[in-house]
Design a protein around this ligand. Structure first.
Ligand code: ZN
Length: 353
C-alpha cells in the first residue's frame, strides 16, 4: 500500500497540518508527482489528475468552484516548470512528433489547457469547469492542430452523456449551471482521445450505474495511471448517489474493472497507480482491499434483505461494524447509516422502499 510522498516546493506546506488519511486539510492546493507527465492535485475539492507537458494540459476534474483560482495557479506553476525543465525523452503527441523533440523541448511559452474530463457531475468535481476551460484553448483536429486563435473557445470539456443531461437540467431546487461550465463533448460508452497526449494514450471508460449513472474512469495508458472519480475513495465508504442513478452493484463492478486494468509491479505493490476521487494516491492493492470490503458489506446486507429484515433491523445488526473504524462516520454528509441505507436500497430494489 502506497505511502503518499508529497512533492516539496512550490505548493507550500504539505505535512503535519490537519490530515485525514494522509491528505492535508488546510484549505490549500497540493501537488504530488505521480509518474511521467501525470500529477495529482489535492485540496481543490475532489482530487484532480493533471497531464502536463509539451502537448499542453489535460485535467481530470476541476474541483470546487471556490478553489478554481488556487487550482489554476497550481496548474500554471506546473506548466512553467515543465516548459523550462526541457523534460521528456520520447514524449510526443498531438502537437509534437518524436522527430521534432529537439526543436520543441526548451523554447516557447507553456502550452495551454486543452482538455478537461469530468468523472461525474458533482460540484466538487466540476465546479471549476467554467473558469478553467476559459483559461485554456481547445485543440483543433486534423492537420491544423495548434493555436488557431479563437478566444471564444476554451478547453474542451469531455464527459459521459448523462453528466451533460443532468447538468443541463438540474433538479427544481438546484440553481441552473452556466452554459460555459457544461461538457462540450460527450460519449455514451467508452472514448479514446484520437492521438497521444504527452506520451499517453488516454482511454475514457464509462462505468454504468455506480457512484452516479455518468461515471467515467480515465486510464493514462503510457504512464499507467487510472483516475477513478468517486467510484473509489480512501477515506470513506463509497457514496452511492441513488438519486443520480448510482447503485452499489455498479460500484463493485467498476472497482473490479479498475482491478482488471491494473497490473502490480511486485508482490501486489506498485505498478498501476490509482488516483481516487478523494484521499491519497493508491496502487491496485489498495483498490483490491476496498473492493473486498465493499463486496463483503454488500453480501451481508443482501443476505439480510433476503431474510426480509427491515432497514431498521439491518442498521441494528451493524453489518459494517468491523470496517467502521477506518471508513465509518457518525456525522457529516455521508454517515455509516446513510451508506447502509444506500446499499439496502440498491439491493432491495423498488419493492422494499
Ligand atoms: Zn461525487
Amino acid at each position: 500500500m502506497m505511502a503518499a510522498l508529497w512533492a516539496a516546493g512550490a505548493f507550500g506546506q504539505t505535512q503535519g497540518l490537519g490530515q485525514k488519511d494522509g491528505v492535508p486539510q488546510d484549505g490549500e492546493v497540493h501537488v504530488l508527482h505521480v509518474r511521467g507527465p501525470i500529477y495529482m492535485i489535492l485540496g481543490a475539492g475532489g482530487n484532480v489528475t493533471a497531464s502536463v507537458g509539451q502537448d499542453g494540459v489535460l485535467l481530470v476534474d476541476t474541483g470546487l468552484a471556490n478553489m478554481s483560482d488556487k487550482l489554476l495557479a497550481a496548474v500554471r506553476q506546473l506548466q512553467r516548470e515543465t516548459a523550462t525543465n526541457g523534460l521528456t525523452e520520447n514524449r510526443f503527441g498531438a502537437e509534437t512528433r518524436s522527430s521534432e523533440r529537439a526543436l520543441v523541448d526548451t523554447e516557447g511559452p507553456p502550452k495551454p489547457i486543452r482538455y478537461i474530463i469530468n468523472t461525474h457531475l458533482h460540484p466538487d468535481h466540476v465546479g471549476g469547469n467554467e473558469k478553467i476551460s476559459k483559461a485554456g484553448r481547445t485543440l483543433t483536429g486534423g492537420n491544423v492542430t495548434g493555436d488557431i486563435a479563437n478566444a471564444g473557445e476554451g478547453a474542451a470539456i469531455l464527459a459521459q452523456q448523462n453528466v451533460l443531461n443532468r447538468m443541463s437540467k438540474p433538479a427544481a431546487n438546484q440553481p441552473a449551471i452556466p452554459f460555459a461550465a457544461l461538457p462540450t463533448d460527450t460519449y455514451h460508452r467508452d472514448m479514446k482521445l484520437s492521438h497521444f497526449f504527452n506520451g499517453d494514450g488516454i482511454h475514457l471508460i464509462h462505468e454504468p450505474a455506480a457512484h452516479t449513472d455518468g461515471d467515467t474512469i480515465v486510464h493514462f495508458r503510457g504512464s499507467d495511471v487510472i483516475a477513478t472519480g468517486d467510484i473509489f475513495l480512501t477515506n470513506s465508504y463509497p457514496i452511492v448517489d441513488l438519486a443520480n442513478g448510482g447503485n452499489i452493484n455498479g460500484i463493485i463492478g467498476a472497482l473490479n474493472d479498475i482491478l482488471d486494468r491494473s497490473i502490480a509491479e511486485f508482490r501486489l505493490e506498485g505498478g498501476t497507480m490509482v488516483v481516487p476521487g478523494h484521499g491519497r494516491l493508491c496502487d491496485s492493492a489498495d483498490v483490491a482491499y476496498y473492493r473486498d470490503m465493499v463486496t463483503i458489506i454488500r453480501d451481508r446486507i443482501e443476505d439480510m434483505v433476503r431474510r426480509d429484515m427491515t432497514l431498521e433491523q439491518v442498521k441494528a445488526a451493524q453489518p459494517t461494524k468491523d470496517y467502521d473504524g477506518r471508513y465509518g462516520a457518525a456525522s457529516g454528509f455521508w454517515t455509516t447509516d446513510k451508506f447502509i441505507e444506500a446499499v439496502y436500497r440498491s439491493v432491495a430494489g423498488e419493492k422494499k422502499r
